[in-house]
Design a binder for this molecule. Sequence first.
Ligand code: NAP
Length: 210
Amino acid sequence: MPLQNPKVAFVTGCNGISGNAIVEHLIRQPKEEWSKIVVTSRSPLKNYWQDPRVEFLAVDFLEPVDTVISKLSRSCETVTHAYYTSYVHTDDFTKLRDYNVPLFETFLVAIDKVAGQNLQRICLQTGGKVNGHPAQYVQVTLTDLDLQHYGPHLGPVFCPMTEDLPRYEDQGLNFYYAQEDFMFNLQKNRNWAYSIIRPNGIIGFTPGSE
Ligand SMILES: NC(=O)c1ccc[n+]([C@@H]2O[C@H](COP(=O)([O-])OP(=O)(O)OC[C@H]3O[C@@H](n4cnc5c(N)ncnc54)[C@H](OP(=O)(O)O)[C@@H]3O)[C@@H](O)[C@H]2O)c1
């Protein structure tokens, strides 16, 4: 059955491994379900989707929020579902927060403002977890970015790491917590819902990878 109101997707980080995979999935869904797919990355598009529903916008989420709002304004007014997979990397993990918190805040404020009442759901991707270790405090030496929600890149953590564990004391360094908290606060006065996905290592193809 076709939906009465087809959904409109907004996928950030579409040159990256997660964003590219989301777009690849969406273009395989019928136009009766997804009528438009706005995709964005900082640099020019590295993939060429031959689907008239796909519209690309080059946006740097580290620019001032008013600049980002004006860049999104024409194309994103009808967005119903926004998938955030933008990410700035630095090898100094203590600096990740300095980039990735404003990156997410600007994305969220801008799409919330532009899509307004049409916005139904935000999907935020954070980092994964590992299982199968004895239940004790251990020094995990893994530095995988995908474990950052649980903090092993910054010091000892409780294992096994499961989704119902309380947050560890991150001393303000875990950017995923700050991203989540910003979204929780904004959502209190909004009608949209959110999902947070926390994958482990992602294996896949993206046209931008070497
Ligand atoms: N990859 C994994 O194995 C994995 C596993 C678990 C969790 N995660 C988490 O999932 C999230 C997404 O990671 P990913 O690996 O999919 O990312 P990624 O492949 O590194 O892609 C990042 C995307 O962000 C864009 N970007 C960078 N700086 C930007 C800016 N200033 N403004 C707007 N866009 C910008 C990049 O655009 P350009 O290419 O156009 O510059 C790229 O499209 C991160 O939080 C990451 O920690 C990743």
